[in-house]
Write a protein that binds this ligand. Structure first.
Ligand SMILES: [Zn+2]
Length: 115
């Protein structure tokens, strides 16, 4: 991976961090406790609670994703970044963007190979 590719990847990771942070803020708002005195009927209150559990799950996914992206960002300039730890071939760009914390190429990961 050359410097230009690293720069491009870094920019894309930063973009995605910004998107993910935005999503987390939106979800945090959406998952604020449903106030008991809120003028909701019984049914819509149940709906609100079920939305909340969906949003809670989405929020925890988004936080995990953010953590992965932040790790990837710290690794962009490390020598081994983008290199499969198992076969030492370059990991495809698309895979790094989809899974910035990936340490294996698609072939090795799908075979479940370990170093
Ligand atoms: Zn590999």
């Amino acid at each position: 991976m050359d410097d230009a590719e690293r720069e491009e990847l870094k920019a894309r990771i930063l973009d995605e961090i910004a998107d993910t942070e935005e999503r987390i803020m939106g979800l945090e708002k959406a998952t604020e406790a449903v106030a008991p005195d809120k003028a909701l009927g019984r049914l819509s209150r149940l709906e609100a609670m079920s939305d909340k559990s969906v949003n809670d799950a989405a929020l925890s996914d988004a936080r995990e994703r953010l953590g992965q992206l932040e790790v990837a960002l710290t690794k962009v300039y490390q020598a081994g970044f983008g290199i499969c730890v198992t076969c030492e071939e370059a990991i495809a760009h698309e895979r790094i963007m989809a899974l910035p914390h990936a340490s294996q190429c698609v072939a090795c990961a799908s075979k479940g190979r370990v170093r």
